[in-house]
Design a protein around this ligand. Structure first.
Ligand code: COA
Length: 260
């Protein structure tokens, strides 16, 4: 598929999606959100893609937020619709995707940009990255899941402070907070994400899908995550991957997972 605002490149089991509006610091306008959904869906449906990496083009920004120009004159109803549609179309979709998604945070990840990174399964940052949810400085609150996912990742008190002050934290603080898993140089950012992706790809993609479901269940209201774990654990026993994984162990060889 051809995209206007993003690039998508697949190699060696990894699809790298790059948000490509560097002159606007990769701000998420409506078209970019729609294209991102399409690109994630395409990668998830591609049997050759085992891991997805998302990053921003240019050295300055991952994503500097939702496109402020687009919503500056919205009323109450339009504001609600913007948040509901974005969450449904992209942010919740990424969080629940079967294929693992790594955010390579290569610069500013602000507002909708940090919310996008937080919807991914985990995050790796360059040492120049800056992260924050500055929405209250604009008279609004985070609307793409930020008030929910930030406290899940960093704890309530830190999330309250970050959101109330509208401030930015640097990569070291984000690492200390558990918001990102690793920090590296800008140059090494994608290679490190690819190295982690390679480790993921050695394992059963079917079991990983089950693990994502079970882990996410811990954060869903009204769902007993322990029950989801039991169900997914049981489901694994019916898969070819389980047969191959256990057989390979017993035969003292490397597993060659069929992915079913
Ligand atoms: N929405 C729309 N456009 C944005 C944007 C956003 N969230 N963030 C940056 N841009 C645009 C700027 O308007 C500017 O466009 P222009 O050259 O046509 O004027 C361009 O990207 C470059 O940004 P600029 O502000 O000149 O870069 P900077 O290095 O001086 O500052 C930031 C960088 C990230 C500190 C600053 O761009 C910023 O504060 N952005 C908004 C962050 C924000 O509040 N995000 C939450 C939105 S809900």
């Amino acid at each position: 598929m051809n995209y206007e605002n993003i690039l998508s490149d697949s190699q060696n089991g990894i699809t790298t999606i790059t948000i490509n509006r560097p002159s606007k610091l990769n701000a998420l306008n409506k078209d970019t959100i729609t294209e991102l959904r399409d690109a994630f869906e395409e990668a998830n449906n591609d049997n050759n893609t085992k891991v997805i990496i998302i990053t921003g083009s240019g050295e300055k920004a991952f994503v500097a937020g939702a496109d402020i120009k687009e919503f500056a004159d919205f009323n109450t109803e339009e504001g609600s619709r913007l948040a509901a549609k974005g969450q449904d179309l992209l942010f919740n979709y990424i969080e629940n995707l079967e294929t693992p998604v790594i955010a390579a945070v290569n610069g500013f990840a602000l507002g909708g940009g940090l919310e996008l990174a937080m919807a991914c399964h985990f995050r790796v940052a360059s040492d120049t990255a800056k992260m924050g949810l500055p929405e209250v400085s604009l008279g609004v609150i985070p609307g793409y899941g930020g008030t929910q996912r930030l406290p899940q990742l960093v704890g309530k008190g830190r999330a309250m402070e970050m959101i109330m002050t509208a401030g930015m934290i640097d990569a070291n603080k984000a690492l200390a907070y558990g918001l990102v898993n690793h920090i590296t140089t800008g140059e090494e950012l994608l290679p490190l994400c690819e190295k982690i992706a390679d480790k993921i790809m050695r394992n059963s993609s079917v079991a990983i899908q089950s693990a994502i479901k079970a882990i996410n269940a811990n954060f869903k209201d009204g769902i007993d995550g322990f029950n989801v774990e039991i169900e997914e654990f049981g489901n694994c026993f019916g898969t070819e991957d389980f047969k191959e994984g256990t057989m390979a162990f017993l035969e003292k060889r490397k597993a060659n997972f069929p992915g079913e």
